[in-house]
Design a protein around this ligand. Sequence first.
Ligand code: AHG
Ligand code: MN
Ligand code: MN
Length: 344
Amino acid sequence: MAVRRQILTLDEFTIQQYRKIPNATGELSTLLRDIALAAKRINVEVNKAGLVDIIGDAGITNVQGEAVKKLDVFANNQMLGVLQNGISCAGICSEEMDDMVVFNDEMSNRSKYVVMFDPLDGSSNIDTNVSIGTIFGVYRRVSELGTPCVMADFLQYGLKQVAAGYVVYGSSTMFVYATRRGVNGFTLDPSIGEFCLSHPEIKCPDDGKIYSVNGGYYSQYKNNVKNFINRLQNKTKQEGGPLTQRFTGSMVADLHRTLIKGGLFMYPLTTENPHGKLRLMYECNPFAFIMEVAGGKASSGDSRILDILPASLHDRTPIFIGSKNMVDECLEELNGRETPNAER
Ligand code: AHG
Ligand code: MN
Ligand code: MN
């Protein structure tokens, strides 16, 4: 008789992991459980979009000058709430908030972690039922334990992340997180309301067949980027072509696919966004960390994403991320000679 394989919940899995580490306190497991709770609450609301008054603009703009959606506000409050009420986080920064939030109570001041997050990624897709997500990065604070956290705790290299992850609210809801030990994916089983291990030890294939870029901004890209896009579009069969191009407008959805199937995701600078559009701390660093642990690569074009020292909380960066060989091929073109724009 076939015996059903044991399914591990996210909590069981993280506890199993920290048991392997001598002197581990379990604080990270608690933190991940808190974030998973926020994700479940956000998921419930996302699933009701259309039935309840949660679709549409909140009527305000954020520090980035973008229209804030009602679900952005809801997701932000959930993330903030679980981390503030929990016992493992000293403070947070959010894409949707101007400044850091220092929790500054006795328990939080004793916590060794701070968290940076994009509560809802791809929010322009909410109204049309396209996959959206939540992204987070966890840092060990550099300030003294027992004191309130400070700005320096947040303005760290992405390389200093101890864990990073995302939730994708898609055809199923998944929680994927990475520590230096590996990347693991958990699918929400709605019947028990738990994330269950479904994608153990995720590795990003070294090559892929799909690339992601917003082709609508082609005329705004620099020549070297245009040339590389042309190269991707004109690959012969011998060169592994033809490739497929997909761009959803939700970085989480595009990068989840890139992580699992291999491929390349690009968000270059444009004339409209001369420093790039995507946020270093809330979007690029967490994904760069996850991708590198999974065997992939992430670059701004000039440097490894994880080696960029942030100057302020809401810094942006261009990003080229995904399968190792595809990122290398891209960097080779970007850093080659500045050629005039190739014919399409
Ligand atoms: P957010 O919803 O958190 O503001 O992020 C949206 C981001 C990213 O997820 C996506 O790749 C990109 O913006 C899409 O923007 P464009 O449609 O302007 O390319
Ligand atoms: Mn985002
Ligand atoms: Mn967002």
